[in-house]
Design a protein around this ligand. Sequence first.
Ligand SMILES: *Cc1c(COP(=O)(O)O)cnc(C)c1O
Length: 409
Amino acid sequence: MAFSFLTHLECSRTGERFAADEVSGTSPAGAPLLARYDLDRVRETVQPQDIATREATLWRYHEVLPVHSPEHIVSLGEGMTPLLPVPGYGKRAGVPRLLMKDEGLVPTGSFKARGAAVGVSRAAELGVRGVAMPTNGNAGAAWALYAARAGMGALIAMPADAPAITMKECQAAGAELYRVDGLIGDAGKLVGAAVAGREGYQEVSTLKEPYRLEGKKTMGYEIVEQLGWRVPDVILYPTGGGVGIIGIYKALREMQELGWISGKLPRLVAVQAEGCAPIVEAFRRGAKESEPCPDAHTVAFGITVPKALGDFLVLDAVYATEGTAVSVTDDELLAAQRTLASLDGAFICPEGAACFAALGPLRESGWLAGDEEVVVLNTGAGIKYPETMTVDAPLLAKTDAIPAVLRAG
Ligand SMILES: *Cc1c(COP(=O)(O)O)cnc(C)c1O
């Protein structure tokens, strides 16, 4: 029996079909390629209840993932993260049925590991010797570590002001790491030039190869499985390049076609930071594509993407599900990060916190009803962003006398 039911790749703009059995970038139209599967055969082969007994990683959905032979799987145990109730924050925001999918628990501390696991595994299967990418940080760290596990080279270029922790992860993994005096686009140009001259290297920038998306779509499968094969009313996602939200939408459509879910799809919400909100701007205009955001800046570096290659796919997912797109300020998302930790004990990343910050306004405007079941994606661990929290605890002198401040408490 087949392990994967991958059949071909499809241009996300023209629908044109391409073979999936060689290393692929974007389509001739310059658009992302989408992996397609023989879903009729998947439906005949596997039922949702069969999946329940499989190992607790994203590979439990292997029929709808692109890796044909299990020996090519490069895994650090990624996937099946908890779908946690967050009653404290939910009550405060007026959405008591609030759940958080916590991706802070995956290897490398961000959900980028899902894309890296599937992307690197498929690249290994196709004979790729090294992967290369520009990154704002988390993706580079994840791909460097998974490439190391696969025995593959990794060439990573980051803006010089990307978070030091992600550079350290690349360095620890033995990747070829470069700091670029510029933005991610500048890093991208250098990587493109480097790959052109290197035998066996593949450029794996966001949506420039088809399989990272397949790894990220498993968040959608997991949410549905963890809810007992049904969908929530709303899903909020911190959107940068948009791979996660495009992936969740792709997963929902596949599950519809498989007959694994029925009824109305969840309304998908793209959340961005005000300092970089091209998708939100486009949504407000009712546009199908975004305009590049000038001077992009936010503490939520994972969503600092001025112009996403897949912007039209994000907007399509939002429009098709009657979702929306909203932005919040850095102050609002940092406040939400603290509130969530203090009410529910979860220290999450600023990107995830942006989604929590968006709940209040969505509830106040009436877009979100108080009885709805809402899932927020937390895409990474708060401990990967030590600089977002300054320590303001009182400093005590060494003394035998009890300081006044302690007596007061
Ligand atoms: C990359 C990243 C995002 C945005 O991911 P996309 O799916 O490309 O929009 C969100 N949060 C964190 C922590 C990230 O690293």
